[in-house]
Design a protein around this ligand. Sequence first.
Ligand code: GLC
Ligand code: GLC
Length: 855
Amino acid sequence: MDLQARFFCGRIEGLEFLFQGANLEDFGGTMKFGFFDDKEREYVINEPLTPYPWINYLGNEKFFSLISNTAGGYAFYTDARLRRLTRYRYNDIPLDCNGRYFFIKDGDAIWNPGFKPMKTKLDKYECRHGFGYTKIASEKNGLAADVLYMVPNGENCEVEMVTLTNKGKSDKDISLVSFIEWCLYNGQTDGENFQRNLSTGEVEIEGSVIYHKTEYRERRNHFAFYSVNSPIDGFDTDRETFLGLHNSLDEANVILSGKSGNSVADGWSPIASHRLNCTLKAGESKTYVFILGYIENPEDKKFISEKDVKQPFKATNKYSGIVNKEKAYALQEKFSTKEKVEAAYNALRSFWDETLSHFAISTGDEKLDRMAVWNQYQCVVTYNFARSASYFESGIGRGLGFRDTSQDMLGAAHQLPSKRIRERLYDVAATQFEDGSAYHQFQPLTKRGNADIGSNFNDDPLWLVLGVGNYIRETGDKDFLKVEVPFDNSETNKATMFEHLKRSYNYIPNHMGPHGLPLIGRADWNDCLNLNCFSKDPNDSFQTCTNKEGKNAESVMIAQMFVYVTPDYAAMCRIMGDEAEAKKAEDLCKKMEAAICSAGWDGDWYIRAYDDFGHKIGSKECDDGKIFIETQGFGTMAQCGADKGYPAKALDSVKKYLDSKYGICIVDPPYSSYHVELGEVSSYPPGYKENGGIFCHNNPWVIIGEIKTGRPNDAWEHYKKIAPAYLEEISEIHRTEPYVYAQMIAGKTAGRFGEAKNSWLTGTAAWNFVALSQFICGLQPAYEGLRIEPRLPEHVKKAEMTRKFRGVTYHINVVNKKNDGKIVISVDKGNAKIDGTLVSAENGCSEVFLTATVG
Ligand code: GLC
Ligand code: GLC
């Protein structure tokens, strides 16, 4: 369908049907806005007006950018709050209207390769989001513009390479104008402290490079620049000159008039814009390289004196000193030609090929194979960003979450260098207190626990045990348990990582409630189950307000988590030679399971919790909130009460009460009114977020539970309902990117059932990867080797899987006769020991070929 026509029918005419039960048929059988290019490993968007900005992440170490399919977004160095380089306005109208924009003027036509901000109808538009780069290619009136955006590995810059090609028959006189708007570094005060920041903006312009040196005169030892590798025909650094005070970006003075103002910013809102005029003969191409860079200088080398200035420059004022640009010149030189950019691009692609080669599958189901690739990419992005910067997280609020990060490691440990996982787990454990509890969040730049949110989320300690256990199972790096790690970042108060785990694990039995179940504290995994909050004041934060002593409210989920992590914990105790602690843990675990079976079982499913008055939460006795997903997930993953048939019953109840066509809802029925004894969960409108949304994060717990209960077909049904590649055809309903998971999809009681929010940064990525790789494909890292227990869906009859594990490449050929049947492993080539489904390569053997016959 034609771009504008579709836009019209989907968004305006169709609104009545759109959100009151949109049907695929109304869209001619598909609501796609692009497709997967599996060979290139790119998602190709061919209509700029996607149902929501569909974004990508650039950068893998210190310099990061978010980029949408219309080139919106922003860049920052390490910390999206403290070192934000370009300005972005969340929740603005129109949506996603600031970014790195190129304006092209070709005769009377003015357009952007990424469609926005001019929104000129294009003859061709294509955006390719790849791993760590984005390419936008457009055409208008015989002029083609190809733009590559990327952050090269190891560099603190975003490189933007623009190639213009005249595909017409006659010469073209063209102008290309760039535009970015600087952020004044602190993303938070940038948006609120105008009495100060409207007076501080300072720039220098030297040659073709614009330097953003706001606050450099005083305490900042860093600056940013925007360069282009060609002489320019004009520039602007003052936003008002560029736009005109009352104009928006699609009617900028400088663009409409075809003349730059050569403005030098003096306070207000500094920007960076270059003008390049060129004549392109028929068939001719020209390439320009723009660099958005970030530089730090040592305190004593921040400035140069006037006599050392090599070329004329312009600056906001003469009092702020002249920036020492040596490092900037070096960075500009690194990417001064097309060839250099292409080399960096190829290196980036090789980096991703390697990163994604540790787990690869070919099943004949192209959507499933795609998920394996894109899910891993999302896992790396969540490793890099935790929950800090997305199109739903402003990057100025939360730092790294203790439980979030520990879980993210489950999707990263197999693919990133072990050093990076080890460092992150170390940082997490270093925010722990001596009693085993922990700061709920910490700042990535300072690595300090965040005192505003504090501690007392009683599930936190157990996630560390899981994160470290998974890391050791993956890498075999047992020595990590002996590393000295601080408590509360104190250099003088340290203990081994193992001791940290001991404190974590034992925190639970040391904080038990009246039913022999763990006390919940502020909340457990469900941040909104605030059972000690009792807030009646709208000015309170549910996350930090506590009005009860916390001696009564208990969590069945923490009890189940305790059972789930005990085997890992006991194994690590044995690695450390502490048999007594291992035995003690196994006894405690038995007791905990008994408590779950008596006080935590409701007849057909697991209860969720007990409130401060000792009333059940998530029970048939309740009016609303009769059943929650979390305890059905963790209860079945931990197989609590398996001898009594509880897991199968709980999973049947999930299907009966929680399941929907778009996934499993978190609670049913949602709370129809606010309950002071429950907190935030009951504050959301029914069907959204923790009050009945489809929380994608815990759907995989049920998937894993199904497989552990011997029901791979049910696992598969749940898997495919929320896996984004399977939702591509209902993009108008789902709305967020079809290549990544979202945190939440509106649940069956919501007005916008099926609509996703909070895409990208969510523990969903890691857990679905665990469900897919360790349970559906069945490749589980174990202490003694690689366990191979594929439980693939029925329609996959044959599969090939590759898993790199502790330096050995395992190629596994799966013959799937009956997916819940017996599994037999045989070696086809290479030397490996086989013990049931546990495989380990013999010393010196780096490649093993196996066949796994199922059923
Ligand atoms: C958010 C939080 C996570 C929490 C979940 C459920 O995704 O990041 O920590 O467990 O919500 O409330
Ligand atoms: C809100 C959200 C929850 C998130 C929490 C902490 O309560 O509903 O998902 O984990 O805030 O940021």
